[in-house]
Write a protein that binds this ligand. Structure first.
Ligand code: PEP
Ligand code: MG
Length: 328
């Protein structure tokens, strides 16, 4: 099977009825970028910039950040890269940032993390903004913000980047040709404001890892709950389905970048909901391409509509049986 997946490297993820699915990879370290060539993926849909911070003994200086971002962009060539600003704080605590911390949190996943921290102590994000803007000189820069819960948080984060862009411009620095701003959707509240969010953003990426834990109030790191809340549950699938038509209507590309998209059955269901962009762990690219190439999109769209109208208790079982019947 491994040989089969490797052989798919140069084959596009197109369904049997001719629908092209965009398959990108999630990355975070310099070496991850090699996965683009190994897998033949369409780009990096999620570059987790906090990895550099987590593996460093001290706060990475702007030059070091900039060097990493430039290396990543260079290795990606023409393929798009979406840089997510640091998602730290809470359980991804940095020892050298302790002085910023106001103490232990009882619920770090729902705590003072990611953009919440970055907007209040904005020195860190200003430095990162400059590093990203300078690294992407002469190219397109795509920036994505984590843990946005309300549209104003996106506005503030974007304004911070635009202010840094102006500072660099005033100093005569070379800048990106274009800067595109997007957000993760991983806090359910944001979905309730989709109509207000969509006109503001250039792209949207659903983080189903956090979204699931918040939707079900179930800690994603607790092994006791790992089997309990299925990504194929009607609640999650119906939640995701609601996002698709508004995003299409607003012409905002919608991707799923949580681990869910890297599992063939889940990815099949996502395609059935109308999601056609996935950003997944590199090892999953081969299996996902193989699934896509064996799938009839119209058939899974109809099947998802049927199943979600009156969901069976065992959605996973129903989809497994359907896939077998269809030879997916
Ligand atoms: C997510 O929450 O689904 C996601 C992709 O981000 P992370 O796993 O880094 O929290
Ligand atoms: Mg997340």
């Amino acid at each position: 099977r491994r040989a089969l997946f490797a052989a798919l490297k140069n084959e596009a993820p197109v369904t049997r009825d001719g629908h092209r699915v965009t398959v990108m990879v999630n990355a975070g370290l310099r070496d991850d970028v090699a996965a683009l060539d190994v897998t033949g993926a369409d780009g990096i849909g999620l570059f987790r910039t906090e990895f550099q911070f987590l593996v460093s003994a001290t706060l990475p200086a702007r030059e070091r950040q900039q060097r990493l971002y430039r290396d990543v962009l260079e290795a990606a060539g023409d393929r798009p890269v979406i840089f997510r600003t640091v998602d730290i704080g809470g359980d991804k605590a940095l020892p050298y940032l302790n002085k910023l911390d106001d103490g232990e949190e009882e619920n770090p996943a729902m705590g003072w993390r990611a953009l919440r921290l970055a907007l209040e102590r904005d020195g860190l994000m200003k430095v990162q903004a400059r590093a990203l803007l300078e690294a992407a000189a002469g190219r397109t820069l795509s920036v994505m913000f984590p843990m946005v819960s309300e549209p104003w948080e996106f506005d503030e984060a974007k304004a911070l980047f635009e202010a840094q862009r102006q500072v660099l411009l005033d100093r005569g620095k070379k800048l990106p040709n274009d800067v595109r701003y997007g957000t993760m959707l991983e806090v359910p509240a944001l979905a309730e404001e989709l109509d207000r969010l969509l006109p503001r953003i250039d792209f949207l990426s659903v983080g189903t890892n956090d979204l699931t834990q918040f939707l079900f109030a179930a800690d994603r790191a607790n092994p006791k709950l790992a089997e309990r809340y299925d990504w194929l549950s009607p609640a999650i699938l119906r939640f995701l389905r609601r996002l698709v038509a508004p995003a299409k209507g607003a012409n905002v590309p919608l991707a799923v970048c949580g681990e869910m998209g890297g599992r063939p059955l889940e990815a099949m269901a996502l395609i059935g909901l109308g999601v056609d962009r996935l950003s997944i762990t590199p090892a999953a690219v081969g299996p996902i391409k193989a699934m896509v190439r064996s799938l009839d999109r119209r058939a899974i769209v109809a099947e998802m509509e049927r199943l979600l109208a009156d969901p069976p208790r065992d959605m996973r079982g129903a989809l497994t049986a359907w896939a077998q019947e269809q030879g997916v």
